[in-house]
Design a protein. Structure first.
Length: 558
């Protein structure tokens, strides 16, 4: 062979055929000690890798190749570490006991029955979510794939789950045919499938059977009994399934329609706890978007929630509803903490509960815990605009504006018409001194009142004081009784401190729920040095000493 280093021929024996390939293969598969020993017996030469004993000392070039060997060993070691990490965390990154329930396909002749297939999917999802040993992706994220062309591995990767449950529903009169199949996402293989041909009266038993099969296939050892679906009148249940998605939309029209359907459910079954709770949420959201006055919305929501508690004093949903009312409307933080604890103890994986508790924690000034709960909600509902919007608020009140803007922007991308999200982004930009950008966001806010609130502040920040004051006057005339807190916020931003406190006092008298995060609101910073600030916080139960005295202990599921 030719010695390319010295330009002469040599009679050195050749290495066995393919030895280079085998040695590199061995080196790549074993850890550092094995490779070090390997290179004690072999040497890199211009002809390749040969046995060390076959290299004449005066022809050895280890002084040249020594560093090359070190480089190769280190490179192979790094490659092995990367491969190990890939196999350990990337390929198997999704928790083994994790699942997304996709909306079942409506196979009925009547397209109007789609509400039934969607509602059934959601009910099944909620049933599985009660099993703490399973990570179940929430409805808004699972349903974000509805009507789209996708592969199961793609869905699983985006939602970070190992399994997907999908199926179809055909409803004809009193008969229902449900097909369900459980898929292992990484390999896109079917683990189990079943078709149920029953009457509507068996709909709850079918859900229980599907949940049991999922638990069996995922090889889960339950710490308690498998949860069962609560039975109800089939006709009332059909109306209930129809109304669920209307609450999600949170528009004046959808919420009004939801109330009408809840009334139909309760006319059939007056003791339907879930319907009373749903009606309470509808009234509450009407107050949030100012379709009803807060006083009227609060009264109607309270009546519905109290009725649910009368029917079932142990209902987790009813206890959470009571906790929220005590927190947002009554200002009774200690009792609210008690009922939040009880609700979460009964339903520890409920992402709605967890999101509400993150808001409560933020109001208590426990900002790091609030962020943890908000981040957990997003991890279980990654495609939910509401979850990201909530997380944005937790970051905002903790002073992390960049993270808040990112979370709000994600919410906006997921739901461009989400009420309030453009206002929130604008308020952050305002706090950062980016007045022109803030103005653009306020102009694009879908809720007129919030748009005007933001614009009044951005006009003032940009020196258009007359325009700002004119808009503020219009807000007071048309919305003053509904948004006293925000009127005070505008005046604080404008530096009209006396009138700001007057309007905050009005908000307190009106029990304005927006007061819950007064202590953390960046746009109220102008009030912090005023001697009236701390007494005002004390008057609404938000002074630091008052908040520190609240006993509240909750933990996230593992």
């Amino acid at each position: 062979m030719v010695d390319f280093a010295g330009g002469r021929r040599t009679d050195r024996p050749r290495q066995p055929a393919g030895l280079d390939r085998h040695i590199h293969s061995l080196a790549a598969r074993h850890w550092f000690p094995g490779r070090s020993l390997l290179f004690l017996f072999f040497e890199i030469t211009p002809q390749g890798i040969v046995l060390e004993k076959d290299v004449e000392r005066d022809e050895s070039i280890t002084h040249v190749t020594g560093r090359r060997l070190e480089f190769i060993v280190i490179s192979l070691l790094c490659a092995a570490v990367i491969l190990f990490a890939y196999e350990k965390w990337w390929i198997s990154g999704s928790p083994v006991h994790s699942i997304a329930v996709l909306p079942f396909v409506n196979m009925s002749d009547d397209p109007g029955n789609e509400y039934f297939s969607d509602g059934l999917s959601e009910e099944l999802l909620n049933l599985l979510a009660k099993i703490s040993e399973i990570k179940v992706i929430s409805r808004s994220s699972a349903f974000s794939f509805k009507g789209k062309d996708f592969s199961i591995p793609t869905v699983a990767a985006e939602l970070n789950v190992a399994h997907v449950l999908e199926g179809s529903v055909r409803k004809t009169g009193n008969r229902v045919r449900i097909s369900a199949q459980l898929i292992e996402a990484h390999s896109d293989t079917h683990l189990w499938s079943e078709t149920y041909d029953r009457t509507l009266s068996d709909i709850f038993a079918i859900q229980d059977e599907i949940a049991a099969k999922v638990v069996d296939q995922l090889k889960i050892s339950l710490l308690g009994e498998l949860p069962k679906q609560q039975e109800a009148d089939p006709d009332a249940y059909a109306f209930y399934l129809q109304v669920n998605h209307l609450n999600e939309a949170s528009t004046a029209e959808s919420l009004g329609e939801a109330i009408t359907l809840f009334e139909k459910v309760l006319a059939i079954d007056p003791n339907y706890v879930a319907a009373w709770l749903g009606m309470g949420r509808s009234f509450e959201r009407m107050g949030t978007i100012r379709v009803l006055s807060q006083a009227e919305a609060r009264k109607k929501s309270k009546q519905a929630n109290e009725r649910a508690l009368e029917i079932d004093p142990h209902s987790a949903g009813a206890m959470k509803g009571l906790a929220w009312r005590l927190f947002q409307y009554d200002g009774n933080l200690q009792d609210a903490a008690h009922y939040f604890e009880k609700a979460l103890l009964q339903d520890p994986t409920n992402t709605v509960f967890i999101g509400d508790i993150s808001i409560f924690l933020s109001s208590l000034g426990r900002l790091e815990d609030a962020i943890r709960f908000g981040e957990y909600q997003v991890s279980r509902d990654p495609a939910s605009a509401v979850a990201h919007n909530n997380l944005g608020g937790r970051y905002k009140y903790a002073g992390n504006f960049s993270a808040a803007e990112k979370a709000y922007s994600t919410a906006r991308r997921l739901s461009p018409t989400l009420v309030g999200v453009n206002y929130e982004i604008g308020s952050i930009l305002l706090s950062e001194g980016k007045f022109a950008l803030a103005r653009t966001m306020f102009e694009s806010e879908t809720l007129s009142a919030f748009s005007r609130i933001g614009l009044s502040m951005s006009y003032y920040a940009q020196g258009e004081h007359d325009k700002s004051l004119e808009l503020l006057k219009d807000l007071i005339s048309n919305y003053g009784d509904k948004i006293p807190y925000y009127i005070g916020l505008i005046m604080a931003f404008q530096g009209d401190i006396d009138r700001a406190f007057e309007w905050l006092d009005t908000a307190r008298a009106a029990e304005d729920s927006a007061l819950s995060n007064t202590a953390n609101e960046p746009l109220l910073e102008n009030l912090h040095s005023d001697p009236r600030w701390l007494p005002f916080l004390e008057s609404i139960g938000r002074a630091p000493e008052q908040l520190n005295a609240i006993q509240f202990s909750v933990s996230l599921p593992k």
